[in-house]
Design a protein around this ligand. Structure first.
Ligand code: PEP
Ligand code: MG
Length: 594
């Protein structure tokens, strides 16, 4: 009966879930579940000389699938034993000779592509299962299909093209790769929700950059929601409502209108200076992933770009970016910023930011966040040619505007010197070739590990500027995975340990006469920004959408007051008490916060 689905929906009633609010705003729309649709298997013949490459591609996809299953499995380990075992079985299937060897044989014998060969191997296994009388075993065929689907998705990778939700949909997924999220805003979706993730996961950062209301860390939202369910996502409070009642929709529409009006008022401060009441200027920059975010950066009042993440050049393309690609993107950013300063970070790949060329190397790592990533990768054999290509492109671009280059994840002086030596070498090469670049270009580093923070005085002598990456600094100081919702309660920007580290870095920069910015997500929090200013940080870089609110918060304070406040709060024992003290101070001033 046509109405039975509707009836079921009414029966299910309004369901509320609380997750981690990562990107403010209210979205109301229909659910679009990602990851449950099936993917078409491309079938074509290949040339004899392509066979080995094709086999290597299949093996990479299998290793990637293995790693993904391992991750899901570890999440389930403590709560659902039977799912844990099913996933272990799926992992075993990934390496089963009937699947892998059979697929490779098909590729060799019939000169066909990996996807087609895999499909044939799966069909052969299915035929065996289908012939079994026992229903339990017959049903295991669906497990083989599940494994097939996963390898297929990995094989197709970015080739599957962007996710294609309808406009105004709310995307629901277990997790999204940063590459997926970065494509989603183009689909004009209304919002997104994920089971996994934390406040500074890249999914969250991208959602904020594109002003997509988002809630992550919902744990089981993919189970609760069905395709096409009506949803309300409150990206400010972290509440998600499935099948809301009519009154609830009315209530949230009202709130949506109120927020839009408040946002318009905030935006009207775009051309006002970001200045405290006692006249101290705080420079507010934008963090961007690419030139398409610059219009919004300027609209929100950014006075420059404090962080350009260049990983996306690697993650959204099948091939690694060439010197020309780096050059062209940097020049485009400089031109669009019309003379305002721009800081570009050399690529920070690894851990949750994987690129195709890395998968094989990275997959064997037990602790990718502590492994061969970021500047370490740039300085090793695999990454060095790509690093040099990027440096050549960026140095050439420096002739076209005010460009600064910075290195991510510097652990100490040794790595700083090694990275600078590559820059010097590339500069020398350009001079020999007579290619123009800015001889006075500033080369700086991110401070995102405790080892760098506590040796900031030493580092300050050999670098032109610091940019504190608090997303990682919190992760490594608190030993808390920034994307693991189970421990997100430990991810506290106002923890005394963090405040002390930041104060030390600010002092080292001041003593050495170099500039220091905070470019982690905490810089964009209107409650936290005054504390950073009080700690001696007068340059903040953030998602552009946060600039108006941070600016209005800073325009309400005085430097002398926040310095006094900070002297008091660094001696408080917990982040909770620090937060209370700061809230009380801002409330007294009447500072509105989301
Ligand atoms: C950081 O770690 O704070 C940072 C800005 O870098 P990313 O978020 O890209 O790791
Ligand atoms: Mg970082």
């Amino acid at each position: 009966m046509a109405g039975s689905g509707e009836f079921e929906r009414i029966e299910r009633g309004e369901i509320r879930r609380q997750g981690i609010a990562v990107s403010a705003g209210i979205a109301i729309g229909r659910a679009y579940l990602v990851g449950r649709d099936s993917v078409k298997t491309p079938r074509h013949h290949i040339e004899a000389e392509e066979i080995e490459d094709e086999i290597a591609r299949l093996k990479r996809a299998i290793t990637a699938s293995d790693r993904q299953l391992e991750k899901v499995k570890q999440k389930l380990a403590s709560e659902n034993e039977s799912d844990f075992h099913i996933l272990s079985a799926h992992q075993m299937m990934l390496h089963d000779e009937h699947l892998v060897d059979a697929a490779i044989n098909y590729m060799r014998d019939e000169s066909i592509n990996a996807e087609w060969a895999l499909r044939k191997a799966v069909d052969a296994i299915r035929a065996v299962f289908d012939a079994i009388e026992d229903e339990y075993f017959r049903e295991r065929a669906s497990d083989v299909e599940f494994v097939f689907e996963r390898i297929l998705r990995n094989l197709l990778g970015k080739d599957t093209g962007p996710l294609s939700p309808p406009p105004d949909a709310i995307v629901i997924a277990y997790d999204l790769s940063p590459a997926d999220t970065s494509q989603l805003h183009r689909a004009a979706i209304a919002g997104l929700c994920t089971d996994a993730g934390g406040k500074t996961s890249h999914t969250a950062i991208i959602a904020r950059a594109h002003e997509l209301p988002a809630v992550v860390g919902l744990e089981d939202i993919t189970e609760v929601v069905e395709s096409d369910d009506l949803l309300i996502v409150d990206g400010t409070t972290g509440v998600v409502i499935v099948n809301p009642k009519r009154e609830t929709v009315v209530e949230f529409r009202e709130e949506q209108r109120r927020q839009a009006a408040a946002g318009a008022v905030l935006l009207s401060n775009r051309d006002l200076p970001a200045q405290t009441r006692d006249g101290v200027e705080v420079k507010l920059y934008a963090n961007i992933d690419g030139p398409d975010e610059l219009e919004s950066a300027l609209e929100h009042g950014a006075v420059g770009v404090g962080l350009t993440r260049t990983e996306y050049l690697f993650m959204t393309s099948e091939t690694v970016p060439t010197e020309e690609v780096h050059f062209a993107q940097a020049v485009q950013v400089l031109k669009l910023m019309g003379g305002r300063p721009v800081t570009i970070r050399t690529f920070d790949l690894g851990a949750d930011k994987l690129a195709g060329f890395l998968e094989e190397t990275q997959l064997g790592e037990a602790n990718p966040a502590l492994g061969l990533r970021s500047i370490r990768l740039c300085l090793n054999e695999l990454g060095r040619p790509l690093f040099r290509a990027q440096l050549r492109g960026l140095l050439r671009a420096s002739a076209h505007g005010t460009l600064r280059i910075m290195f991510p994840m510097i652990s100490g002086i040794g790595e700083l010197r090694a990275a600078k030596a590559v820059v010097e070498d590339v500069k020398e090469e350009l001079r020999r070739e007579g290619v123009a670049f800015d001889e006075g270009i500033k080369i700086g580093i991110m401070i995102e590990m405790p080892s760098a923070a506590v040796t900031a005085d030493l580092l300050a002598r050999e670098t032109d500027f610091f940019s504190i990456g608090t997303n990682d600094l919190i992760q490594y100081t608190m030993a808390v995975d920034r994307v693991n919702e189970a421990v997100s309660y430990l991810y506290e920007p106002l923890h005394p340990a963090l405040l002390r580290l930041i104060a030390g870095v600010a002092k080292a920069a001041r003593d050495a006469g170099i500039s220091v910015t905070v470019c982690g997500e905490m810089a964009g929090d209107a409650l936290v920004a005054p504390v950073l200013v009080g700690l001696g940080i007068h340059e903040l870089s953030m998602s552009a959408v946060s600039i108006p609110e941070v600016k209005s918060s800073l325009r309400a304070i005085t430097l002398s007051d926040v310095e006094r406040l900070v002297r008091r709060v660094v001696d408080l024992p917990t982040a909770g008490e620090v937060k209370q003290a700061v809230e009380a101070y801002l409330d007294e001033l009447g500072v509105q916060r989301a």
